[in-house]
Design a protein around this ligand. Structure first.
Ligand SMILES: C[S@@+](CC[C@H](N)C(=O)[O-])C[C@H]1O[C@@H](n2cnc3c(N)ncnc32)[C@H](O)[C@@H]1O
Length: 198
C-alpha cells in the first residue's frame, strides 16, 4: 500500500477510535485501570465488581471477545467497567492526554516465540516508554504469562529500561482468565516507575 494511502487509513482508524473513546469514557474520572488484551473479560469483570470505586477499561482487537466481555459486566450490573475494540499502540496514541492509568494489567499476551517476531511482543522498550507519562502516581504494571522465555524477556526489558523498576509485591487480585485456565503454570511480575511522572 502506498504511504499516502496507509496514512489515510491510519488517520481514519484514529478518528473512529477517538469517537469510540469519547463515548466509552464520557463521565469517567481522569484515572482508570486498563487491561490490554482483555480477551473475554473474565479478569476485568471480576476485578471491576470487586473494586466498584475504580473505573476499568479493557481493550482487545477481537470484537466477539469484547462482546462477550460486555455481556458479563451487563449481567453483573457493573457500571464501572467498559470495553473498547482497540490495538494497544493506537489506543495509547489516541487516548486524550488528560487520562492516566491507575493500574495496567497484561495477562497472557501473545508470546511471539520466534526470535524474528519478538518485536511484536507487547512488552518492549518503546511500548514501556509510551506508557510512562500515562502512569498515575503509585500506578503498577501487572504482567502474567505462561511462557517462561517471555517472562524472562519482560523482566530483562523492565530492568534495563531507565524509567521502570521491578517491584517485590504480591499480585493484587486473583481471577483466572481463559488462557490461565488452559495453562499448566504461569509467572507474574509487578513493575512501577522509578520516578513518578509529574
Ligand atoms: C493469548 S490472548 C489472552 C486473552 C486474555 N488476557 C486471557 O488471559 O485469557 C491475547 C489477547 O490479546 C489480544 N491482543 C493481541 N495483540 C493486541 C494488541 N496489540 N492490542 C490489543 N489487544 C491485543 C488478542 O486479541 C487476545 O485476545
Amino acid at each position: 500500500m502506498p504511504i499516502e494511502q496507509l496514512n489515510a487509513v491510519m488517520s481514519e482508524r484514529r478518528t473512529a477510535l477517538q469517537r469510540e473513546l469519547d463515548r466509552a469514557l464520557a463521565g469517567w474520572p481522569a484515572e482508570f485501570t486498563l487491561e490490554i488484551g482483555c480477551g473475554h473479560g473474565h479478569f476485568l469483570a471480576a476485578y471491576g465488581a470487586a473494586h466498584p470505586d475504580e473505573h476499568c477499561l479493557g481493550i482487545d482487537i477481537v470484537l466477539d471477545r469484547l462482546e462477550r466481555a460486555e455481556r458479563k459486566v451487563t449481567r453483573a450490573g457493573s457500571s464501572n467497567v467498559g470495553f473498547v475494540r482497540a490495538e494497544a499502540g493506537l489506543f495509547l496514541a489516541t487516548l486524550p492526554g488528560s487520562f492516566r492509568f491507575h493500574h495496567v494489567f497484561i495477562l497472557f499476551p501473545d508470546p511471539w516465540p520466534k526470535r524474528r517476531h519478538h518485536k511484536n511482543r507487547l512488552i518492549n522498550p518503546e511500548f514501556l516508554t509510551t506508557l510512562v507519562p500515562r502512569m498515575a502516581p503509585g500506578a503498577r504494571l501487572y504482567f502474567r504469562t505462561d511462557y517462561s522465555p517471555y517472562f524472562n524477556w519482560a523482566c530483562d526489558v523492565l530492568q534495563e529500561h531507565p524509567a521502570w523498576r521491578l517491584c517485590d509485591e504480591p499480585w493484587p487480585f486473583e481471577h483466572p482468565t481463559v488462557f490461565q485456565n488452559r495453562a499448566a503454570g504461569h509467572w507474574s511480575l509487578v513493575a512501577a516507575l522509578r520516578q513518578e511522572a509529574p
